[in-house]
Design a binder for this molecule. Structure first.
Ligand code: ZN
Length: 253
């Protein structure tokens, strides 16, 4: 079973042909975890997960929208996390790439949502962009559940630290890019038992489609690249990643 653990199929990029994109997921016998990124997408993500039995949901608010994480929304998320189709909290984290975003506000939203995950004993899907140190510090002091570094872009040393904390490394299309040396090294060195696969679609389309809109079925190019790097068969990589997915997300079987 091919698994995309992090997709945004509810994104407006699919408004013209969402049904076809989802049909291709079905034809390829995949499991997709759709990730919310703000308050409106919590509703659209849930809608998809309720409608299709091969789509699951993670609910959370991305650091860009940290200001949306108030008491009322936290309470609502707290209730929704018990929904049978919701498998985790995400995407949440820190993004220091855009200077104008308030770091303290991001950190508070991140910690508040981590506490929710702890309360529900659910895995968290972490977004970390240009904020490695603060992300790891907050995870070390607040996370009591399994964490997934989504669209991992860090060094092997960072991957090793995450793995030592019991976390998983999720790999997307960037691995297939020509300049992906650092990520290739990460895959060479870490055990496949700690690797998950994703697209983060509609963004970060793998080769050979780089530059066009991404979609979940392209996860296969990420799996193929991992197989090439590890010197393994495609099917074996897919099987081990699926085992990892079932270990991390208790509601997925
Ligand atoms: Zn994402």
């Amino acid at each position: 079973m091919l698994v995309d653990i992090h997709a945004h199929v509810d994104d407006s990029a699919y408004d013209q042909d969402r049904e076809q994109v989802i049909e291709r997921i079905r034809e390829n016998d995949m499991i997709v975890i759709n990730s919310a990124s703000d308050v409106p997408s919590i509703a659209t993500t849930l809608e998809l997960a309720e409608k299709y039995d091969f789509i699951y949901a993670t609910l959370g608010v991305h650091p860009y929208e940290a200001a949306q994480v108030n008491e009322k929304e936290l309470e609502r998320m707290d209730q929704l996390l018990s929904h049978p189709r919701v498998v985790g909290v995400g995407e949440i984290g820190l993004d220091y790439h855009m200077e104008e975003l308030d770091k303290k506000l991001q950190q508070k939203a991140f910690i508040d949502q981590l506490e929710l995950a702890n309360k529900h004993g659910m895995p968290v899907v972490i977004h970390d962009r240009d904020a490695h140190k603060d992300t790891l510090d907050i995870l070390k002091s607040h996370m009591k559940v399994t964490g997934i570094m989504h669209c991992f872009s860090g060094s092997y040393e960072m991957a090793k630290q995450c793995i030592d904390m019991g976390m998983y490394i999720s790999i997307g299309g960037v691995l297939t890019f020509k300049n992906a040396k650092k990520t290739v090294e990460v895959i060479e060195k870490i055990p496949l038992e700690r690797v998950l696969t994703e697209t983060d679609c509609p963004y970060l389309t793998p080769e050979p489609f780089r530059g066009t809109r991404n979609e979940p079925v392209y996860t296969r190019y990420v799996v193929q690249k991992i197989a090439d790097i590890k010197g393994m068969e495609y099917d074996e990589v897919m099987r081990i990643v699926y085992e990892n997915v079932k270990r991390v997300f208790a509601k997925i079987r």
